[in-house]
Design a protein around this ligand. Sequence first.
Ligand code: SAM
Length: 300
Amino acid sequence: MFGLAQHAMPASSTPLKLWFTEEYGAAHLMDDRSNIIPRLSGNFLTGRRFLRRAENVSGHSRTRLPQQRVYAGQRSSLVQTPLPAESESFMSADKSTSWSYAEDLPAEDDVLLRARERSFELGVTPISPGVGAVLTVLAAASKAQTVVEVGSGAGVSGVCLLRGLSPQAVLTTIDVDVEHLKAAREAFLESGSPANRTRTISGRAADVLPRLTDSAYDLVFIDADKPNFPKYVEQAVRLLKSGGTLVINDALDKDRVSNPAARDATTVVLRQIGKAIRDDDRLASAMLPTGDGLLVAVKK
Ligand SMILES: C[S@@+](CC[C@H](N)C(=O)[O-])C[C@H]1O[C@@H](n2cnc3c(N)ncnc32)[C@H](O)[C@@H]1O
């Protein structure tokens, strides 16, 4: 079993044992009890670098690495390799501090803070401040005129989107809960947005989205009802104009997506969506680690 302190050792010291899960191309560094050691795990780029390095050191190709076992349904290979030096800079122990710093950096005003309070009172989880900042940037960068949001909540994300949009742009926001929509409208009003800039639709997204016009929207933001994300993504691709942006919140599902041992239904759906979007020729995509993971894609 390897203790955490050992991970900081320089490249030249004692070799580490690494178990790789092959399906995800990630180096999940595990001890012999299959405990994933988070600091070096779940990072796809680092995983590939590790694997190449491991192949060089062991003299085996990827498919012929000695000693294999099945871990959480995935074939895993055991190799011993010095810890590559680049992993020190890529995955330093300060990563979570940097994440927190990035989340704390946006300065939210009273409008957003009040919307957060109302979210709390209604039992709704709003987007994080970091996600809010990204939404404002994406809305502004894409010069979006027409935006659809699935999951209005108490309006935190809506206010962030509106702040990136031009005065002529219109936000269509959908929520199944009328109390949430009322709170969202209050936030939009407080933010100084005229009522004709927002269209609030009460209903289930699965019923409302199919009624919206093909190729008429510049940005679609999905933040509700994770099990049905695949349906919403398909609808979003239909709704988006060429050059339009799709944004999916909570795409890393509380850091469970990167852990192959996490096989609950929602996590599996989100993992599949990440791959399906990555492999979809109609889209160019990126996974941002902001908040709980923000999957961003542009329709080509
Ligand atoms: C995570 S909250 C959205 C938070 C919001 N985006 C924000 O940042 O303030 C999810 C919202 O989706 C709504 N919702 C849940 N299932 C839904 C569905 N099937 N269709 C539409 N809205 C749904 C909930 O009522 C809730 O307000």
